[in-house]
Ligand binder design. Sequence first.
Ligand SMILES: [Cu+2]
Length: 204
Amino acid sequence: MKTHAALTLLLATIPFSCALATPPAEKKGEEAAQEAVGRCCAVLPKGEINNPVFLKQDAGKKEAEVFIIATFDKSNYGMNFNGVSKSEGGYEIPLGWKVKVTFCNNSDVPHSVMVVEEDAAERKINLGDTPYFDGATTPKPNTLGTTSKVEKFEFTPDEAGDFSFACGFPTHSANGHRIFLKIKKDLKQAAFIVPAKKKEPEAK
Ligand SMILES: [Cu+2]
């Protein structure tokens, strides 16, 4: 894939702030945090509102905790997760790890997230309501979606391969509302990978 051109971020903080509610840089601490709390930011771990971390992991427990925010910024007409669309970035998770997802939609337009095979995410207009791995979806991803509600789910992939976190709303994924999810056999650590060009956010 495009890994060679990508910026790998392990436990490092993602170098941009919550794009839809960026506080002035000089504001610090609780005050800035309060101002920055949009719907999306509320799902992020406390204290990380200004520097969102989209991945936490515990290699000992073989667990990855991922934070997925729909319409994080305005890129791809809002059809992005964490500012990434068209599977130009995403997650790499070692096979056998549990994946705990916290999802929030920062837009008034309904979105959802579900795990499907990568080629289906790219091609299919309608992804249905059934994720590839048991439990790997927000409720009724195809018809219901969610706006402001935070959704949590977890799953443990039992197979390596190229998958996607895709929006289950008809046409969204095919139009780029997806990021990759690579389940890899020999990986030691999980990673959230963003395209190099995404280093600077569209924070408008
Ligand atoms: Cu969507």
